[in-house]
Write a new protein. Structure first.
Lengths: 116, 157
């Protein structure tokens, strides 16, 4: 898979506060689905839906042992998001690109208005 | 200003627009809302009280989730310099999880151009890492930016 769709799935998975809370908990160590369900006031099927999205994004692994399903974080999955300062830089660069584009558009609009 | 390469970043670019227009883009909600976050995400609320201590509040909508980003201006020199932080919110109320101070300056570069500089200073890397949610969100923002650039590249072809 090329980088964009993979990152897209990854960050869609991360865009939800419940899924981030699940990851925060798993960052402390593997946990069973029932352990994970405890802090959330949520029906089990909803929780399973979140877990599936995290698993599809490659952020967690789940293993079934008898009747217990255990979830664990996949540390390598976070490689694309490593380097928080790099992320900030990209955020500001993206913002600057958009500002430049917007201001050029604005200038053109104003000069069109002045001419008409 | 001494910047710490582990926590601070600085961007400079010469933009083909006068300072006054760039100032408007940064200080008027009707302009800022158009470029502050990458599409398809939106700035759904924006309140800018552009004076020291005045609120600098934006709310982003990201996949249906509302993300408020509240702060205050620390320094305002019209047309020249804007400093804001999320360390305080309106009324100098301290924030529970402060993260950054931004310093944006605009200098004449001749021929109607402006040298634009943005400096973002963050808390130390350890405290930043503790804020996993924040990191995740910003990482997500980065990718949205990358995707938008990619899409623009495609559209330009």
């Amino acid at each position: 898979m090329s980088a964009e769709p993979r990152l897209d799935a990854l960050f869609q998975a991360l865009a939800d506060p419940t899924r981030r809370a699940i990851l925060s908990q798993l960052a402390r160590g593997p946990a069973s689905v029932s352990d994970l369900a405890q802090p959330f006031d949520m029906a089990l099927p909803s929780l399973m839906g979140h877990l599936r999205k995290l698993e599809d994004a490659g952020l967690i692994d789940t293993k079934k042992d008898g009747r217990v399903r255990t979830c664990a974080i996949v540390p390598e999955a976070f490689a694309p998001v490593r380097g928080w300062l790099d992320e900030q830089r990209a955020l500001w660069e993206g913002r600057l690109d958009r500002l430049e584009e917007y201001v050029m558009h604005l200038m053109k609009e104003r000069s069109d208005d002045a001419e008409s | 200003m001494m910047l710490n390469p582990d926590t601070d970043l600085k961007l400079t670019r010469t933009l083909n627009a006068p300072r006054a227009v760039l100032w408007d883009c940064w200080t008027k909600p009707e302009h800022l809302m158009h470029w502050f976050v990458p599409r398809p995400h939106k700035v759904v609320a924006c309140e800018l009280d552009v004076r020291p201590g005045g609120k600098c509040n934006t709310t982003f909508e990201v996949d249906g989730n509302l993300m408020p980003n509240n702060g205050v201006y620390l320094e305002v020199i019209p047309g020249e310099k804007l400093v804001f932080t999320d360390t305080y919110t309106e009324g100098w109320k301290p924030s529970p999880e402060p993260f950054m101070t931004a310093i944006v300056t605009f200098e004449d570069a001749g021929e109607g151009k402006t040298t634009y500089t943005a400096i973002a200073r963050h808390r130390n890397p350890e405290s930043a890492k503790q804020h996993a949610d924040m990191g995740f969100y910003d990482g997500w923002g980065t990718v949205a930016t990358q995707l938008e650039e990619y899409a623009q590249g495609l559209a330009a072809k």
